[in-house]
Each structure stands twice: as structure tokens, then as C-alpha cells.
Design a protein around this ligand. Structure first.
Ligand code: AMP
Ligand code: MN
Ligand code: MN
Ligand code: MN
Length: 288
């Protein structure tokens, strides 16, 4: 790939195996139709969709990387670490993800009990109607249920009113440790990437600590372009990537045609000053 920063790579999205609404096959088809040249499926805490994603991608002639998005607790907040180019059969990774997924059902029942206290009934059972993988009930499934039942107009309103820190349906949860997530990814042959950094509620000091510790554990990349970043965020994390000598990633974080702000393959180009993460992953890319 020449002019590597111009490659239409989309290295972050979700299928029905976590909280997306399209199957791995539908995502591969949509990625190809939208002009994606290098694609990765990155379901939350789960590699169960990757074999399907790989065969769908390869049968369409789409270059493909296995991926995952690991939920981490850092400085009392949730941080997401994307792993790219992983071997999804790596035992320590599989076991670590299994442990990270644990507790989601109990958390969901507590969320439902909290919502019941403010008069919203049956949210657990309702959210389950939207779940494709019983191991992976997420806040997104609650959000879809609350939109469908008319409690809110759209999913971002649900998160704003009910499902985020300090709101009545929010239940804190302890996810994986940063160092563990980075090590699982790295030992499985992958590159660890800080997902959507602008979304975290960190102070500058905490954010500096996140980047510093992430690097110390062997993390190598940061998402500069993601659906959650505006122009100011792209400028800020371009500088952070250069300052911390991190590879730059690009991923829409696409979840659903009617929910996601940015479609698969629809992000702007990576700034030319950055080194694309895919330059470090050439040997891991799978082609037909
Ligand atoms: P969970 O892993 O169950 O905590 O759910 C996290 C998921 O919720 C994220 O991956 C997003 O898909 C979704 N999410 C989080 N915050 C928001 C928000 N403000 N608006 C819409 N979706 C959100
Ligand atoms: Mn999600
Ligand atoms: Mn995320
Ligand atoms: Mn994501």
C-alpha cells in the first residue's frame, strides 16, 4: 500500500456478537460497498464473530485484520482498548476476555432494578430482546429498548438521562486492568490501541497518566480518527500521538445504520504526519 495514510482503513466496528445490529457478514458487505480497503471487526470483550468476519471479508476480496475492543477500568473510569491483528485463538486472550465479560448479566439486573425504582419497568427483559449474544448484554441494548418503548427519542438521550455516571440507571462496574488488556493483546500478536480518547472524562493529569502507563505496558497506538472525534479532537490527538510516539488508528466505531454518526469507511484521511497503525500490522493482514 503506497501513500499508506490515505488507505481507507476502518479498524473499529461492532456486530450482533456485541452491541451492533448487523451481522459480521452484513458488516463486511457494507464495508466493501463503502470503499473500505482494510477492515477489522472489534466487538466488545468478545472474539466470537471473527471467524465469520474473516471469511466474509476474504470472500469479498477485502483485506482484513482480526480485532477486539477490551473494556478496562482506569482511574475509576471505563476506558476501551482496541486490539488489532490479534490471534483470536490465543488462550490467555480468550481467558482474559471471558473474565472481562463476566458480571455483565448481574450488572444488567442491577441497572434494571435501579430503573424500576424510577418507574421504568421490565428493562432487563426488554434489553434481552435486543441481545444477539447472551454473554454480552450491554448498555446499548437497554438504550434500544428505552427508545423502542418511547421513554426516550434516541439512544443518546437514553445515555444522557439514564445510563451514564451519576444517572439513575448507571451501575459502576470493574472491568479488566489496563496492563492486563494490553498484555493479552500484545501476547496474542496484536497491537493495542487507545480507543476514542476524547470520550473519557479525565483531567489532563489523568489523561497523561493513561497514555504514559499504556505505553509502559506495551501499548503502541491511539485512535486519532473515530466517529466520536470532532476536528479539535483530531488536532489534539494528532499532537498526542506524535508526543507519545504512538501509531495512529482510524475506525468509525460503527454500531447500526440508524444510530451511528459515521458510516463504515466514511472517516476523513489520517493526517500525513502520523504513522498509520496498519504499517505495523502488514504481516497480520489477511487477504484472499
Ligand atoms: P457497556 O459496555 O455495556 O458499558 O456499553 C458501552 C457501549 O454503550 C459503548 O460501546 C457504546 O456503544 C454505547 N455508549 C456509551 N456511551 C454512549 C452515548 N453517550 N451515546 C450512545 N451510545 C453510547
Ligand atoms: Mn458499543
Ligand atoms: Mn468504545
Ligand atoms: Mn466500539
Amino acid at each position: 500500500m503506497s501513500s499508506s495514510h490515505l488507505v481507507n482503513a476502518d479498524l473499529h466496528c461492532h456486530s450482533t456478537v456485541s452491541d451492533g445490529t448487523l451481522t459480521p457478514e452484513q458488516l463486511a458487505e457494507r464495508a466493501r460497498a463503502n470503499g473500505v480497503q482494510l477492515w477489522a471487526l472489534t466487538d466488545h470483550d468478545e472474539v466470537g464473530g471473527l471467524a465469520r468476519a474473516r471469511s466474509a471479508a476474504l470472500s469479498q476480496g477485502l483485506a482484513y485484520l482480526h480485532g477486539v475492543e477490551v473494556s478496562v477500568t482506569f482511574a475509576d473510569h471505563t476506558v476501551h482498548i482496541v486490539g488489532l491483528g490479534i490471534d483470536p485463538t490465543d488462550e490467555a486472550l480468550v481467558e482474559g476476555l471471558r473474565a472481562t465479560r463476566g458480571g455483565r448479566e448481574r450488572r444488567a439486573r442491577e441497572m434494571s432494578a435501579d430503573l424500576e425504582r424510577i418507574g421504568i419497568r421490565g428493562a432487563f427483559e426488554g434489553a434481552l430482546l435486543y441481545v444477539g449474544n447472551p454473554d454480552l448484554i450491554s448498555r446499548t441494548h437497554f438504550a434500544r429498548y428505552l427508545v423502542e418503548t418511547g421513554v426516550c427519542a434516541d439512544t443518546s438521550e437514553v445515555f444522557r438521562k439514564y445510563l451514564t455516571e451519576g444517572k439513575p440507571g448507571y451501575v459502576p462496574h470493574r472491568w479488566a486492568r489496563l496492563g492486563d488488556a494490553v498484555r493479552w493483546i500484545t501476547a496474542a500478536g496484536g497491537v493495542a490501541v487507545i480507543a476514542h480518547p476524547a470520550r473519557y472524562p479525565f483531567t489532563p493529569t489523568e489523561e497523561y497518566a493513561l497514555f504514559t502507563e499504556f505505553k509502559a505496558h506495551g501499548g503502541r497506538g491511539v485512535e486519532v480518527l473515530t466517529g466520536a472525534h470532532g476536528a479539535a479532537d483530531v488536532a489534539k490527538y494528532t499532537e498526542m500521538a506524535l508526543e507519545f510516539d504512538l501509531l495512529a488508528s482510524r475506525g468509525s466505531d460503527f454500531h447500526a445504520p440508524d444510530e451511528s454518526r459515521i458510516d463504515l469507511g466514511a472517516l476523513p484521511d489520517l493526517p500525513g504526519r502520523l504513522t498509520p497503525v496498519w504499517e505495523a500490522l502488514q504481516a497480520r493482514v489477511q487477504r484472499a
